[in-house]
Design a protein around this ligand. Sequence first.
Ligand code: ADP
Length: 167
Amino acid sequence: MELLRPCRTSIAALLFAALPLAGEAASLSTMQKTVIIFKPDAVEAGRVGAILSRFEGAQLRIAAMKMVQLDEQILREHYAHLVSRPFFGEIADFMRETPVVVAVLEGENAVDRVREMAGPTDSAAAPKGSIRGDFGTNKMRNMLHASDTEESARVEVDRFFSPGEVF
Ligand code: ADP
């Protein structure tokens, strides 16, 4: 028995040493919800299904989805950071060309992963393999909106959905 003691001690020491690593790994991976909007160019081109299947294939679960006609008021809220820019009117017109499909996706690190899959704002500069790079046209007609932070995702879920519509 005496002989086992040092051995037990070293196992315990190893476990304690590993604890911070386990904590670190857990903090790198968070279950999140994020909002996407299939913009009128995606709806018009019949790309909603193709884009959605990329997300489902990446283990992002549909937690909510509906088709809505956006109006000036909700667009002023949603694009508040762009309202004073000269091209805001053009964006608002574009976003009202057809109804859009709004969805909530849920998965590990969903906010950053969905932004990564969407690609940068300018479709012409977006890499092939990204949604905007494969399907988008330019800076404005870029197929998809995706929440940029966990906090804006929370605000956007509440902007577009009532609690009973999110599953
Ligand atoms: P992102 O959608 O990549 O987060 P922003 O929040 O900056 O980009 O812009 C919101 C949307 O407004 C863009 O997705 C795009 O449709 C449009 N937009 C942004 N900048 C421009 C621009 N310079 N010219 C035309 N449209 C733009």
